[in-house]
Design a protein around this ligand. Structure first.
Ligand code: ME8
Length: 677
C-alpha cells in the first residue's frame, strides 16, 4: 500500500471573491500535491470555503441577500476559479454542507464529553473581521490584530478550557519542532502561549448563521471551531458510514495544513488544543507562508489593492502565474506582486530559458534526425562537457527534492533552472548547427550526442518542474515523444532514460513571448474588473480571452463561462461559435467625461443601433470614427462603465509597447451586420 499524504488549504471566507493571495496558497498546495502524486503517494488534497459566522451574516445583509445566497455564489466562484486554474483538489468542502455540520457537532460533543467545556458568560470585545475574542477594553477599542474597532459582546456562552492546555502545547512545540513551520512562526506561537492562555468562548447566542450546539440549539458553535473542523469532517469524521470512517482512519492526521501567517494562532494553538480535547491525533505540520503584497501592503479586499488570478491567466496562462508565485516569492516571507515583475520573470525563465531550450533542441532533432531521439555513443565523439551536463542534471534532481521537501520552492526551481542555463550554454558552446554541416561519421555521432544530451536534460527539467507548471510541461513531455506525463513516477527519474529512436510528438512553441502590451492589458483588465465588480457580490466571472486572442478593448463582462479550455489552453470550435461577432458602423462618437481612455459610441449593427463604451480614446479622435466599419462582439451581457451601459465589445489589436488599440477592419467593403465566422 503506498504511503498517504493529506494536504489542506485554509477554507476561504465567502465574504470576498478570490484574489491571487488565495490563489497563492492554493497553487502552493496544488504543486505539493502534484509532486506527491508523482512520487507515488496516495495523495488527498482538500480545499473549500468557510461560510458561517458574523462576518458572513453581515456581508449578506449588506448585499441585501440571504447568507445562503451569498455563500452559494462565492463558493461557486472559488470552485470555478480553481477548476479553471486546473487545481487538482480531491475534495471541496463547504461548511454549510450536512456532512460538515454533523462532524462539527460530533467534535463539540467529544470535547464536551471529555470534560473540556463549561457554561459561563462572556463580557468583552470581539473583532468581527478576525472572528476573534480579543483583550481590549471599552466599546470600539481597536483590535490588537487588525486595528479595526471591536464590538462589545455580552452573552451566555459555552467555554473551552484552553488554559488547561498551556503546558501540553508548549511540550508539543518543543518535542516536535516541525509542528509549526517556519521557525519564526514557531517562536511567535511559543511566546504567545508562554504569555498565558485564557479559556475560550466557543458559542454565540446573538448570531444565527452557524451550526447549533448539540442539545442546546439557542447557541451556535464559534466559527473557528466550526471552520477548523473541516479538515476532519471532509474526510469522513462524524459520519456513521463505514466507508467514511475508513477514509478518516486512512488520511487523518493531515500531513500539511498550509496557511497564511495571519491565522497561525487559530491553527497552532486553538486547533491542536481542540483535537487533544476531542482525543484525536494532531496534524503533522502547520506551514505558514507570508503575504503577497501589492503596492507595498497586504493584498486584501478591505484595502482594495487586490489583483485577480483571472487577469493573469487570461493574458499569460496558468503556468505563468504559478511559476511567478513559486519562483519569485521566498516561501515563508512576504513577497511583492507586480505585473512588470511577472512579465519579466515569464519572459526570462519560461519564454527564453526553458522555451528556447525546448524549441531549439526539438527542432534540431526533427531536422537532423527525422524527429527521432538520436543515439548517444558512450565512446565515440564524447567530450567531458557531455558528462558534465549529466552530473549537473543528477545534482539538480537531488537538490530539487531536498529544497522542495523543505518548502523552498523558489530555490528548488532555481536548482532546476541552473540545469537549463547549463544546457543552453552547452548548446551554444557545442554549436550543433555547425556540426550538422559536416558530413563525416564522427560529426554525425557528435551531433547525436549533443542533441541527446540536450533532450535528456530537457526531459529531466520537465519532470522536475511538472508539479509547479503542469500544463506546459505536459506539452513538452508529449513533444519529447514520452506520452502522458501523469504516468511518470519521479522516483524513477535519473539521467540516461531517454530511449534512442523515440519518435518526437508534434513540436510547437509552448511559451509565446509576452510583449509590453501584456502588462497594459492586465492593468486595464484589473481596472475594469475593479470598477465593474465594486459591488460586493455578482455572479461568477471567471472567463476571458486566451493569451493569443486579440486585445478586446472593452473587456468581457461577467458571463457564465464557456466549456473549460483544454489543458493546452485551446478551445473547441463550439466554444468559438458561441461568440457572435458582427460588422457595425459607427454613427456617433464622443469622449466619456472624466475617463481619458473611454469613448461612447453608437454603432449600427444592422438590426439595431447599440451604445458601446470602448477604451480607444487614446488612439482615436471621436470624429474620425463616424461612418467607420468596426467589428463587435454583440452577444455579451451588457455592462456599465462610468455609469454608461455598454452593449457590445469592440475588437482591436493591441500594438506596441503601450498596447495601443488598432481597430479591426476589412480591405473589401462589407455590409453592416455581416457575421464573422
Ligand atoms: O482566514 N497573501 O479565510 P480568508 C497571501 N476562513 N495569502 C493570502 C493573502 C495574501 N495577500 N490573502 C489571503 C480565513 N491569503 C479563514 C480560514 S481555515 C480553517 C479558516 C490566503 O478568506 C492565505 O492562505 O481570510 C490566508 O491564510 C487565507 O487566504 C485567508 O483566507
Amino acid at each position: 500500500m503506498p504511503s498517504k499524504f493529506y494536504i489542506t488549504t485554509p477554507i476561504y471566507y465567502v465574504n470576498a471573491r478570490p484574489h491571487i493571495g488565495h490563489a497563492y496558497t492554493t497553487i502552493a498546495c496544488d504543486a505539493i500535491a502534484r509532486r506527491q502524486r508523482m512520487l507515488g503517494s496516495d495523495t488527498f488534497f482538500l480545499t473549500g470555503t468557510d461560510e458561517h459566522g458574523q462576518k458572513i451574516e453581515r456581508s449578506a445583509a449588506e448585499a441585501g441577500i440571504t447568507p445562503q445566497q451569498l455563500t452559494d455564489r462565492i463558493a461557486g466562484e472559488f470552485r470555478g476559479l480553481w477548476d479553471r486554474m486546473n487545481i487538482s483538489y480531491d475534495d471541496f468542502i463547504r461548511t454549510t454542507e450536512p456532512r460538515h455540520k454533523r462532524g462539527v457537532q460530533e467534535m463539540f460533543r467529544r470535547i464536551r464529553d471529555n470534560g473540556h467545556i463549561y457554561k459561563g458568560s462572556y463580557s468583552g470585545q470581539y473583532c468581527v473581521f478576525d472572528e476573534l475574542y480579543v483583550d481590549a477594553t471599552g466599546a470600539g477599542a481597536p483590535c490588537p490584530e487588525c486595528g479595526r474597532p471591536t464590538e462589545t459582546v455580552k452573552e451566555e456562552n459555552y467555554f473551552f478550557k484552553l488554559s488547561a492546555f498551556e503546558d501540553t502545547l508548549l511540550k508539543l512545540y518543543t518535542e516536535r519542532p516541525d509542528f509549526i513551520r517556519p521557525e519564526t512562526r514557531r517562536n511567535e506561537v511559543m511566546a504567545f502561549v508562554r504569555g498565558g492562555l485564557r479559556d475560550l468562548s466557543i458559542s454565540r447566542t446573538t448570531i444565527k448563521w452557524g451550526i447549533p450546539v448539540p442539545d442546546d440549539p439557542r447557541h451556535v458553535i464559534y466559527v473557528w471551531l466550526d471552520a477548523l473542523s473541516n479538515y476532519c469532517t471532509a474526510i469522513g469524521f462524524g459520519s456513521p458510514d463505514k466507508k467514511d470512517q475508513q477514509k478518516f482512519a486512512r488520511y487523518w492526521p493531515a500531513d500539511v495544513h498550509m496557511i497564511g501567517k495571519e491565522i497561525v494562532r487559530f491553527h497552532c494553538v486553538y486547533w491542536p488544543a481542540f483535537l487533544m480535547a476531542a482525543g484525536l491525533p494532531l496534524p503533522k505540520s502547520i506551514v505558514a507562508h507570508g503575504w503577497l503584497l501589492f503596492e507595498e501592503s497586504k493584498m486584501s479586499k478591505s484595502r482594495g489593492n487586490i489583483v485577480r488570478a483571472e487577469t493573469v491567466i487570461d493574458v499569460l496562462g496558468n503556468d505563468a502565474l504559478r511559476y511567478f508565485l513559486l519562483r519569485e516569492v521566498v516561501f515563508g516571507q512576504d513577497g511583492s506582486f507586480s505585473f512588470d515583475a511577472l512579465v519579466q520573470r515569464y519572459n526570462s525563465d519560461l519564454a527564453n530559458d526553458l522555451g528556447n531550450l525546448a524549441s531549439r533542441t526539438l527542432a534540431m532533432i526533427t531536422r537532423y534526425f527525422r524527429g527521432e531521439m538520436p543515439y548517444p555513443s558512450s565512446v565515440v565523439s564524447r567530450t567531458p562537457a557531455d558528462d558534465a551536463i549529466a552530473r549537473t542534471a543528477e545534482a539538480a534532481i537531488a537538490s530539487y527534492a531536498s529544497l522542495w521537501d523543505d518548502f523552498q520552492f523558489s530555490r528548488a526551481l532555481e536548482a532546476a533552472w541552473s540545469l537549463v542555463a547549463a544546457v543552453n550554454k552547452y548548446i551554444v558552446d557545442n554549436e550543433p548547427w555547425a556540426v550538422a554541416e559536416k558530413d563525416d561519421e564522427g560529426s554525425r555521432a557528435r551531433l547525436a550526442t549533443i542533441l541527446y544530451t540536450a533532450a535528456e536534460a530537457l526531459r529531466i527539467v520537465t519532470a522536475l518542474a511538472h508539479a509547479a507548471i503542469p500544463e506546459s510541461t505536459a506539452r513538452i513531455w508529449e513533444q519529447l515523444g514520452l506520452g502522458d506525463i501523469s504516468r511518470f513516477r519521479l522516483t524513477d527519474l535519473k539521467w540516461g532514460q531517454s530511449q534512442h529512436g523515440t519518435k518526437l510528438g508534434k513540436v510547437e512553441p509552448v511559451f509565446p513571448r509576452a510583449d509590453k502590451s501584456a502588462i497594459e492589458r492586465m492593468q486595464q483588465m484589473e481596472q475594469q474588473r475593479t470598477t465593474t465588480q465594486a459591488a460586493p457580490i455578482a455572479p461568477a466571472a471567471t472567463t476571458g480571452p486566451s493569451p493569443t486572442t486579440p486585445a478586446m478593448v472593452t473587456p468581457a463582462p461577467a458571463a457564465p463561462g464557456p466549456a473549460a479550455a483544454a489543458a493546452d489552453g485551446r478551445i473547441s470550435i463550439d466554444d468559438f461559435a458561441k461568440v457572435e461577432m458582427r460588422v457595425g458602423q459607427v454613427k456617433a462618437a464622443e469622449k466619456v467625461k472624466g475617463a481619458d481612455k473611454l469613448l461612447r459610441l453608437e454603432v449600427d449593427i444592422g438590426t439595431e443601433v447599440r451604445q458601446v463604451v470602448a477604451g480607444i480614446a487614446e488612439a482615436y479622435a471621436p470624429e474620425s470614427l463616424i461612418g467607420r466599419k468596426v467589428v463587435l462582439v454583440v452577444n455579451l451581457q451588457p455592462r456599465k462603465l462610468r455609469g454608461l451601459e455598454s452593449n457590445a465589445m469592440i475588437v482591436a489589436a493591441s500594438v506596441g509597447d503601450k498596447g495601443l488599440p488598432v481597430l479591426a477592419g476589412f480591405l473589401e467593403d462589407v455590409p453592416v451586420g455581416a457575421r464573422l465566422k
